[in-house]
Design a protein around this ligand. Structure first.
Ligand code: FES
Length: 137
């Protein structure tokens, strides 16, 4: 497992999310109530980007048809046998790091903020507005 620096803490405030690309995978990184969670960006239903979903009570809700995934376990609320991939996240020296398996090397996908490492950039602009402001606290 190799940890890759993704973003500075200050660039991903509470209630925000970012989508990052790592080779063949896209990862949705959330700051939910001050804790960071990373899950596969692709919904298990029809592939919509979970990083654009909203969060309610620790569950990310797909923007398309509202399938729900537990941020801690990746467990799907619609089907208890389904789990989306979750990634380990660490915070060190003001940066957020995501653990990637094997020798997978992250690659750039689109433009990103200046502070992003050259080999791992945000696919979308740093971030969306919180859809549910009550969940920011
Ligand atoms: S694509 Fe996510 S619920 Fe349908």
């Amino acid at each position: 497992m190799k940890f890759v620096r993704v973003v500075k803490e200050e660039e991903l405030p509470i209630g925000k999310s970012i989508i990052v690309a790592a080779k063949s995978e896209e990862i949705a990184l959330f700051n939910y109530k001050g804790k960071y969670y990373a899950v596969a960006n692709k919904c298990l239903h029809k592939g919509a980007p979970l990083g654009e979903g909203r969060i309610e009570e620790g569950v990310v809700i797909c923007p398309n048809h509202e399938w729900r995934y537990d941020l801690e376990t990746g467990g799907c609320r619609q089907n208890p046998e389904l789990f989306t991939k979750v990634y380990p996240v660490r915070v060190a020296k003001g940066n957020v790091w995501i653990g990637l398996e094997g020798d997978q090397k992250p690659t750039a996908l689109g433009k990103g903020p200046n502070q992003m490492p050259a080999n791992l950039k945000a696919k979308i602009d740093l971030v969306q507005k919180p859809i549910n402001p009550d969940e920011q606290l």
